[in-house]
Design a protein around this ligand. Structure first.
Ligand SMILES: NC(=O)c1ccc[n+]([C@@H]2O[C@H](COP(=O)([O-])OP(=O)(O)OC[C@H]3O[C@@H](n4cnc5c(N)ncnc54)[C@H](OP(=O)(O)O)[C@@H]3O)[C@@H](O)[C@H]2O)c1
Length: 326
């Protein structure tokens, strides 16, 4: 990676306490950045302690309490920074009481609030974490072509299937592009698959818990959600590449490979015969065209993806070290 990030640069990371945010903070501090990171509750040590312990945090990390629906709290965090990494968004896949309030509002209105703050503060570049969930399911996609950045999830279908998280990411990304083009804000987007890998915060997040529960014998309907996985460290490195390479434009699929859910669960069962992993019996994703190294735009920027097997093993080791697995 080229050293374009000068140590005088100050950036804001929303959702800094999260699974991806914590790795991003670690790498940014390592590269000499000063960082304003947002957390939901400054009094919650579960959000702050692992960040304050990062190398460089004592002199170059500032934590801000931020609520995505409170523009003033966002402005305070963004003010004085040259770039914004917008990660904060609720990642809830089930058990929702009120999707509008719990997911859609913070994702869509929250993203717009962050972009407005960036515009108001004269921020030079915003890197938005969207998702592969904003790309699939797309019934209009050609049957023989692997999914790429041109694919958008079908909003009506997401509503019909009640895939609220996917809807929140799709609507948030669409709103972001519209705002950026109208207001002339420099925006670049990353669309990661299921993010796994070592956990820095005290608790495992939603995506790692899927792997954990698979190892414990649970089954998931991921037919409209899954097309591949990626290491959290690769996502964090990709975010920095996208920030530093001003010529990088548009959306960026971020996956080690495109595969079906049946493939992923079979690989996990093969690697961990000692766990009661239930293989998927029926492949319900004939529309997923498998592909090696599909994230061509990120590879061209210099990103090296962690191989799937290592990614799974590192996640399991991390779950063991945190006491989730024996
Ligand atoms: N993990 C994946 O598989 C995956 C895949 C593709 C895209 N993404 C996207 O990547 C981003 C980060 O995800 P992650 O896996 O790191 O999840 P995470 O660990 O749950 O992190 C989400 C962060 O957003 C913050 N947040 C949520 N709602 C907020 C609100 N209303 N106001 C302020 N902050 C709020 C959370 O704060 P608290 O910790 O206090 O709740 C947390 O710091 C999200 O945008 C997610 O959609 C994740």
């Amino acid at each position: 990676m080229s050293m374009q990030g000068s140590s005088s640069l100050r950036v804001c990371v929303t959702g800094g306490s999260g699974f991806i945010g914590s790795w991003l903070l670690r790498f940014l501090l390592q590269r000499g950045y000063s960082v304003h990171a947002t957390v939901k509750n400054l009094k919650d040590e579960g959000e702050t302690k692992h960040l304050e312990a990062l190398d460089g945090a004592a002199s170059r990390l500032w934590l801000f309490e931020m609520d995505l629906l409170d523009p003033t709290s966002i402005l305070a965090a963004v003010n004085g920074t040259a770039g914004v990494f917008h990660l904060a968004s609720p990642l809830i896949l089930d058990g929702l009481q009120d999707p509008e309030k719990e997911l859609l509002d913070p994702a869509v209105k929250g993203t717009l609030n962050v972009l407005r703050a960036a515009k108001e503060c004269g921020v030079g570049r915003v890197v938005l974490v969207s998702s592969q969930a904003a790309m699939i399911p797309n019934p209009d996609w050609p049957v023989d072509v692997a999914v790429n950045e041109d694919s958008w999830a079908d909003v009506d279908l997401l509503k019909k299937l009640q895939l609220w998280y996917c809807l929140s990411k799709t609507l948030a990304e669409k709103a972001a592009w519209e705002f950026a083009s109208k207001e002339g804000l420099e925006l670049v987007v990353i669309n990661p698959g299921m993010v796994l890998g070592p956990i820095l915060p005290p608790f495992a997040g939603a995506s790692v818990k899927i792997l954990l529960h698979l190892l414990q014998g649970a089954q998931f309907d991921m037919d409209n959600l899954y097309i591949g996985s990626v290491d959290v460290r690769d996502v964090a490195q990709a975010l920095i590449l996208l920030y530093e390479n001003r010529l990088a434009q548009g959306r960026h699929l971020c996956l080690e490979r495109i595969e079906r859910w049946i493939d992923f669960v079979a690989k996990l069962a093969e690697l961990y015969p000692e766990f009661p992993v239930k293989r998927v019996e029926e492949d319900k994703q004939p529309w997923v065209v498998r592909a090696e190294s599909p994230s061509k735009k990120l590879i061209e920027l210099g990103l090296h993806f962690t191989p799937l097997e290592k990614l799974i093993k590192d996640t399991v080791e991390s779950l063991k070290s945190k006491g989730y697995l024996k």
